[in-house]
Design a protein. Structure first.
Length: 196
């Protein structure tokens, strides 16, 4: 959260929130005067027999996270998230799914996030590192340069990168769900910024 510049009072979005782990972290980070949108495409809520729909519903039950607004809608979701209103958006381990389905989806997805950000706003992306030429769709990975190229095409500047989630023992050849690797994949962390 520090690397992405999340501060109390900010308006943030967890893009493809799934069960809402990052949503809850953002909720604490922005505090009672901040706001968190937990955005999920409706199709994501149907995955694994509705596992993510149940998880996010339980996490938000009884108004437990009072500063969270649930948004079950595809991007750009402008009806619920006003354009130019967000300080920081984050997506964790999702960009590979967006782009691996169809490389043309990447820039459009990034442009939708770009539209919701304020000038100077940040989009934080973490994902499993993939190798060029590998079957990254099957492995649930992506080469970092795909994200960087797509981000520039969508208008972002690359504002920072971190190796805080790097794991050198992962050679990027196993599926991320492999029991010997799960929770210990080599991941990139990128901070993209919408110019002011």
């Amino acid at each position: 959260m520090q690397f992405f510049g999340v501060k109390p009072g900010m308006t943030t979005v967890d893009i493809i929130a799934l069960g809402g782990y990052v949503t809850e972290v953002l909720s604490v980070a922005v505090g009672p005067n901040g706001k968190v949108y937990a955005q999920n495409p409706p199709i994501a809520l149907q995955l694994r027999d509705g596992m993510y729909a149940k998880a996010i519903t339980e996490r938000l039950a009884n108004n437990r996270l009072k500063n969270v607004v649930r948004v079950d809608a595809d991007l750009p979701a402008t009806a619920q998230i006003p354009p130019g209103s967000v300080d920081v958006a984050i997506t964790a381990m999702n960009y590979h799914d967006v782009r691996n389905q169809n490389p043309a989806n990447g820039p459009g997805f990034l442009k939708a996030v770009y539209m919701m950000l304020k000038p100077g706003g940040v989009f934080g992306v973490t994902d499993h590192v993939g190798n060029d030429g590998a079957d990254n769709a099957a492995l649930h990975r992506i080469p970092k340069h795909f994200l960087l190229e797509d981000a520039k095409a969508a208008g972002f500047t690359i504002d920072g990168e971190s190796d805080m989630l790097a794991h050198a023992a992962d050679d990027h050849t196993k599926v991320v769900f492999d029991p010997t690797l799960r929770g210990k994949t080599d991941q990139f962390v990128v901070r993209l910024r919408k110019p002011k």
